[in-house]
Design a protein around this ligand. Sequence first.
Ligand code: PLP
Length: 420
Amino acid sequence: MSSVNLTALKASAEDLERRYAKFSDARLSLDMTRGKPCPEQLDLANGLLTVLGSDYRAADGTDCRNYGGLDGLPESKALFAAFMEASPKEVLLGDNSSLALMHDTVARALSHGVPGGDGPWSRSPVKFLCPVPGYDRHFAICEHFGVEMVNVDLYEDGPDMDRIEHLAASDPAVKGMWVVPKYANPSGATCSARVVERLAAMRTAAKDFRILWDNAYAHHHLTSSPPALASLLDACKAAGNADRVLTYGSTSKVSFAGAGIAVMAASEANVAWMRRHRSRSTIGPDKLNELRHVRFFRDMDGVRAHMEKHAAIIRPKFDRVSSILRRELGDTGLGTFTEPLGGYFVSLDTMDGCAKAVVQMAADIGVKLTEAGATFPYGRDPRDRNIRIAPTLPNLADIETAMQVVAVCVKRVSLKKLAG
Ligand code: PLP
């Protein structure tokens, strides 16, 4: 962050008060909290609602209206294997939520253990490494099950690997870690090939260590030249640690966020493990929805063409956030922000100790932001500086207003802090 020009900031105090009062008088009611697709994005997939007509049979004749097919139809496994860059034997389809698959992975590891382990993880204390800032719902899963979370900094090329290697190698209680490897929520970081290699090869004190590789934004580019992400599954196989990683994805932000298809890709041993556990909780997933997705998208070319339409809708929203933050905060030294190449979020870092007050001040005049601290385990941002901005759902006019409010609040809070 560049150094703060306090004299200039003080000189703008009156203008800031005037702007804040004007926004306050406008009685705003804007919500920038969650990364949901906007209605125009959802409309892109409306063909799913009619694509089956009355033809509900899969290629092999399976009546998709009936029970069965625990880990997916062959044609949907083929499509989603390509989606995950794995082979069909390495994928298992869930219902509509990859988060549910991740939750179940942790729950089953705790209750029964994982392949290559010595039984249920819950027999002794369990820790997870958590790159921060990160996804609040990952942290909520850990908190829910009493898994202790250890913060690790997330850089532009992935998590702090020196610290990860040290913690994983030195503490057998460290059983796992979360990673959103591409366009991370909220920073937009993508793991470099070197990070992927080190994760695959590193020594772990726990022989049943697992990486939960949540590739939720694998196909969600905002640019025509997206950064490459190496396959951790392939790297783990090459390093002799094939069972180390479980990868997850979904079409929540490709088709319908409430009615997409979730998928897990992992070693055959891990897939068999998950299949066995799932056989106790379901007779089979929603095959009609699988069939709809295969008929609608056909193949990965279909998915890619569809995702370009998404990008055309949301890119202007990200651009608007960037242009306002650049104009308002650019060289003030009061905040830094990400300009992601894909995904769903912008990450804003204020000066230390300001984020909570900014979020509260914006809420006071009707602009709801994700709670400060939410991007850290236990809701505790040790520097109280990170704010997650979710620009996809609101329209451009609302984004314009909300981001100006954010900028004014950052400046007012910073001024109070510096002056006080
Ligand atoms: N993973 C990440 C990183 C997310 O940001 C989200 C949603 O915001 C999800 C998973 C949720 O995925 P799903 O809808 O497949 O449960």
